[in-house]
Design a protein around this ligand. Structure first.
Ligand SMILES: [Zn+2]
Length: 279
C-alpha cells in the first residue's frame, strides 16, 4: 500500500511531474457503477452484505472506506481518459482492478475501473471503440469476461500462463508466457502483436494496465523481466500509441517486488517514459 504515497513523492522530488498536473477525482456516481456492475453486487457492497465466501474471494475484509476508495479510483480512470483526449496521456496512481467481474470481485479487486471508464465513454458517445492493453502479469479475467460480447471493446492480455487466475477467461487476444520468460521473448511478442492490433482495431482510446509484476524480482510474478525491459515495454506502448495519435489512459496495476524501491522505480519509469513521449 505504501507505493501509492511514495510514487507521487518520488515523481515530484525528481521533477518528472509538478504539483500542478495532479487532479483529484470525485467518487464515481452510482449510475456509472451500474453500467458495468450488476445491481445485486452493488447492493451488497453498499449495504456491506457480501457473504463470507464473496468477501474471501476479494481477499480483504470489506469496509465502507474501501468501497469509497474504489469509487474514487474508478472515477480517476474515467477522468484520466478524458484528460488523455486533451493531453495525449494521463495516469492513475492506482487502479487496474482487472479481476473484478460484473457480479463479483476477486483478487483484491472490487470495482473494475477500466471497464467502468470504457462503458461510461461508450454510453456518453465520447468514444465508439476502446482497446484494453493489459500487461499486468496476471490475466485480466474480469475485464475479458465483462466485454466478452461487446465488440466495441477489444481486450488484449499479456500474462504468465501458469500464474493466477488459474482458470482464465477468454480475452479477444490472450498471450500467455511460460515461467521465467525474460525481456527478449516478452518484448518480441509485444513488438509483433501491439502495432497489428492497433492498426486492425483502430480504437478511439487505449486503456493501458501497466502492472510491473513482470519483473524477475516480483514475489507474485513468475516471469523474469528486468527493470530496463519493463521500461522498454512502457516506452513501446506509449510510442506506438503516440505515433497513431491515440490517447492513453493508464491504470497502475500490480507490483510486488521484494524491495519497495524496485517497485517505485518500475512504476516511476512508466511516468518518466510517458513524460518523455507526450510531454
Ligand atoms: Zn498483477
Amino acid at each position: 500500500m505504501e507505493k501509492y504515497t511514495l510514487l507521487p513523492e518520488q515523481l515530484l522530488y525528481e521533477g518528472t511531474i509538478s504539483e500542478s498536473v495532479f487532479f483529484a477525482p470525485e467518487p464515481l456516481p452510482e449510475a456509472a457503477i451500474l453500467r458495468t456492475h450488476t445491481p445485486g453486487y452493488w447492493h451488497k457492497l453498499k449495504t456491506n452484505t457480501l457473504d463470507r465466501k464473496e468477501a474471501r474471494a476479494i481477499g480483504f475484509p470489506m469496509r465502507p472506506e474501501l468501497i469509497a476508495r474504489g469509487r474514487v479510483i474508478a472515477q480517476g480512470t474515467l477522468d484520466c481518459a478524458r484528460i488523455a483526449f486533451r493531453e495525449g496521456v494521463a495516469l492513475n496512481i492506482a487502479g487496474g482492478t482487472h479481476h473484478s467481474f460484473a457480479e463479483r470481485g476477486e483478487g483484491f479487486c472490487v470495482f473494475n475501473d477500466i471497464a467502468i471508464a470504457a462503458n461510461e465513454l461508450l454510453h456518453s458517445g465520447e468514444i465508439s471503440k476502446a482497446l484494453v492493453v493489459d500487461l499486468d502479469v496476471h490475466q485480466g479475467n474480469g475485464t475479458a469476461k465483462i466485454f466478452e460480447h461487446e465488440p466495441r471493446v477489444f481486450t488484449l492480455s499479456f500474462h504468465g500462463e501458469k500464474n493466477y487466475p488459474h482458470r482464465k477467461t477468454t480475452s479477444d487476444l490472450d498471450v500467455g508466457f511460460p515461467d521465467k520468460t525474460g525481456d527478449a521473448e516478452y518484448l518480441a511478442r509485444l513488438y509483433e502483436v501491439l502495432p497489428n492490433v492497433l492498426d486492425r482495431e483502430r480504437p478511439d482510446i487505449v486503456f493501458y494496465l501497466s502492472g510491473v509484476d513482470i519483473l524477475a524480482t516480483d514475489k507474485l510474478g513468475r516471469l523474469a523481466c528486468t527493470l530496463d525491459g519493463c521500461k522498454e515495454r512502457d516506452r513501446f506502448v506509449f510510442q506506438t500509441c503516440y505515433d497513431r495519435n491515440l490517447p492513453v489512459s493508464v491504470s497502475m496495476g500490480g507490483g510486488y517486488s521484494e524491495r519497495l524501491a524496485t517497485i517505485i522505480e518500475a512504476h516511476a519509469n512508466t511516468y518518466r517514459v510517458a513524460e518523455g513521449i507526450f510531454g
